[in-house]
Design a binder for this molecule. Structure first.
Ligand code: HEM
Length: 428
C-alpha cells in the first residue's frame, strides 16, 4: 500500500464525490488503499467485477472480523470507534458457509412474512405523525425530525413494540451508534428492550417479526433471536435513513433531479433507483477479510487484509458502463444491495419504507425548499454513509389525512429458547 492512503471518510464527507472517486480510480485502478482510522489501513474495492468476486467468494474473502489481522495484532483495539460497524457479531453478519445459511434463513422467512400493505399503512401513519409534530412551524430539519426517525419507528412496529417502546429503541440506537460517551449505555438499553420484547412475545405469541424468529427452528437460543432482531434493526435503520435523506437532499439541491420528479418524468421508484446508483445509501460497506495471500484487481492482497465494499465508487467503473450514462431509467444494475450470500435480504420492505416516506413528505409539504445554501449541506463524519447532518427546510403544509388504525395481528404460539453471549472483536 502507498505511504499515506486517503482516509475513507474523504469519500463520504466531500462536497462532491465524483472528483474524489475519479482521482482514486486514476491513481490506483479498481482496488485502492485507504485509511479507516489513523494507522488502520484497508483496501477499497471499486471495480464492478472485483466487487462481485469479493462478495461472491467466501472461501477466499471471509465476513468474519476475527480474520482481520489488525484485530489479531491489536492495531484495532476492542473499544475502537470502528467497533459498531466492524466488530465481529455473533449473528448472520459474522459467518459464512453453513453457519451463515442457518442464521440467514430465519431472516429471509421473517422478511417474507411482512405484509406489504400493512407496512405501507404503518409508515404512512408514522410519517403523518412526524409531520404533524413540526407542520405548525412551517419549518423543520428533514433529517433529525423525519428521515432519522421513520425507519426505526417502523422496524419497532414490525418487531411488535408499542410506539413508546419504539421511541426508546430509537433513542438507544442513536446513543449506540453515536460513538459518544453513552454508546455502551445505548447498547445496554437497546438489548434490554429487545430482551423484554422476546419475553413478552414468549408469554403472548404474535405473528410479528419477533414471533416469526422465536418460532423458527433454525434459531436455537434467545441470544440468536436477539442478534437476529439486532441485525434487522441496525442494518435496516442506517441504510434506510440514508436512502430517504439522500433522495430528499437531491430533491432539494439538484434542480435537474427535482424537475424530473415534479414534472412526472421520474416516478418515486425511479428516483429511488437513481439514488441507489449515483448516491447509494451505504457508500462503503464493511468488510471482507482475505483468508490467504491473493490478487484482486491487479493488487497483491495479504492474508488478514480488510477489504471494504466500494458501493458508491463502483458507479465510476468505466469498464462496467463504457459509452453509456451509468444510470438509465429502469436500470437496477448497481451494487447498492451488495451481492453474493450476504446481499441485503430486505430490499422490498426497505423500498416500501423509503418510497412511502419520500412520497408522504413531498405530498404533504408544499413549496418545499432548503433554507441554507445547497453548498452548505454538510455530511456526517462517517466513512460508511453520506448522511447530511441536517436538511433545514421551509414549506406550506397540507397535512396528510390521518391514516386509519392499522389492524393488529392475531396471536400465535412460539417455542422456548435461551440467553445471549457478548459481542467482541476477538475469538472467544
Ligand atoms: C428494512 C430495511 C432493511 C433491513 C431490515 C435490512 C436488513 C439487512 C440484513 C439482515 C443484512 C445482513 C445480511 C447478511 O449478512 O446475510 C443486510 C445487509 C445489507 N443491506 Fe440491508 N436492510 C435494510 C435496508 C437496506 C437498504 C435501504 C440498503 C441500501 C440500499 C441495504 C443494503 C445492504 C447492504 C449493502 C448489506 C450488506 C451486504 C454485504 O455485506 O455484502 N439494506 N441488510
Amino acid at each position: 500500500m502507498t505511504a499515506s492512503p486517503l482516509p475513507l471518510s474523504a469519500t463520504t464527507t466531500c462536497p462532491d464525490t465524483a472528483p474524489v472517486f475519479e482521482r482514486l480510480w486514476h491513481d490506483h485502478g479498481p482496488v485502492a488503499p485507504v485509511e479507516l482510522e489513523p494507522g488502520v489501513r484497508a483496501w477499497l474495492v471499486m471495480g464492478y467485477e472485483e466487487l462481485k468476486t469479493l462478495t461472491g467468494t467466501p472461501g477466499l474473502f471471509s465476513r468474519d472480523a476475527r480474520d482481520w489481522r489488525a484485530v489479531q495484532d491489536g492495531t484495532v483495539p476492542p473499544d475502537s470507534p470502528l467497533g459498531p460497524m466492524m466488530s465481529f457479531r455473533d449473528s448472520v453478519t459474522g459467518y459464512d458457509g453453513d453457519a451463515h445459511r442457518r442464521l440467514r434463513r430465519p431472516l429471509e422467512d421473517a422478511v417474507a412474512s411482512i405484509d406489504h400493505r400493512r407496512l405501507r399503512r404503518t409508515v404512512e401513519a408514522l410519517c403523518a405523525d412526524l409531520i404533524a409534530a413540526f407542520a405548525g412551524r412551517g419549518a423543520a430539519d428533514l433529517v433529525a425530525e423525519y428521515a432519522a426517525a421513520v425507519p426505526l419507528l417502523t422496524i419497532g412496529d414490525l418487531i411488535g413494540l408499542d410506539p413508546a417502546r419504539s421511541r426508546e429503541l430509537l433513542d438507544a440506537m442513536r446513543a449506540l451508534f453515536g460513538s459518544g460517551a453513552d454508546a455502551q449505555d445505548g447498547n445496554r438499553r437497546f438489548e434490554a428492550l429487545l430482551r423484554e420484547r422476546i419475553r413478552s412475545c414468549r408469554d403472548d405469541p404474535s405473528d410479528d417479526l419477533t414471533g416469526v424468529l422465536l418460532a423458527h427452528r433454525d434459531l436455537h437460543t434467545d441470544a440468536e433471536v436477539l442478534q437476529s432482531i439486532f441485525v434487522l434493526a441496525s442494518a435496516g435503520n442506517h441504510a434506510t435513513i440514508s436512502w430517504i435523506a439522500q433522495t430528499l437532499r437531491l430533491m432539494l439541491t439538484d434542480p435537474r433531479f427535482a424537475g424530473r420528479v415534479r414534472g412526472g418524468r421520474l416516478g418515486i421508484d425511479d428516483a429511488l433507483d437513481e439514488v441507489l446508483s449515483i448516491a447509494p445509501p451505504l457508500s462503503n460497506m464493511p468488510a471482507r477479510y482475505a483468508l490467504r495471500d491473493t490478487e484482486l484487481g491487479g493488487r497483491t492482497v495479504r492474508r488478514g487484509d480488510a477489504l471494504i465494499l466500494g458501493l458508491a465508487a463502483v458507479a465510476h467503473d468505466s469498464r462496467a458502463h463504457a459509452g453509456t450514462t451509468f444510470w438509465q431509467r429502469g436500470n437496477r444494475a448497481h451494487l447498492a444491495w451488495s451481492a453474493g450470500p450476504h446481499a441485503c435480504p430486505a430490499r422490498d420492505p426497505a423500498r416500501i419504507i423509503a418510497r412511502t416516506a419520500v412520497a408522504t413528505a413531498l405530498h404533504a409539504l408544499r413549496n418545499l425548499r432548503l433554507t441554507i445554501d445547497p453548498a452548505d449541506v454538510a455530511f456526517e463524519p462517517s466513512p460508511w454513509t453520506r448522511l447530511p447532518v441536517r436538511l433545514p427546510v421551509a414549506f406550506e403544509t397540507t397535512l396528510p389525512e390521518p391514516a386509519p388504525p392499522v389492524p393488529s395481528r392475531p396471536p400465535r404460539r412460539a417455542p422456548a429458547a435461551t440467553p445471549t453471549p457478548p459481542q467482541t472483536f476477538g475469538r472467544p
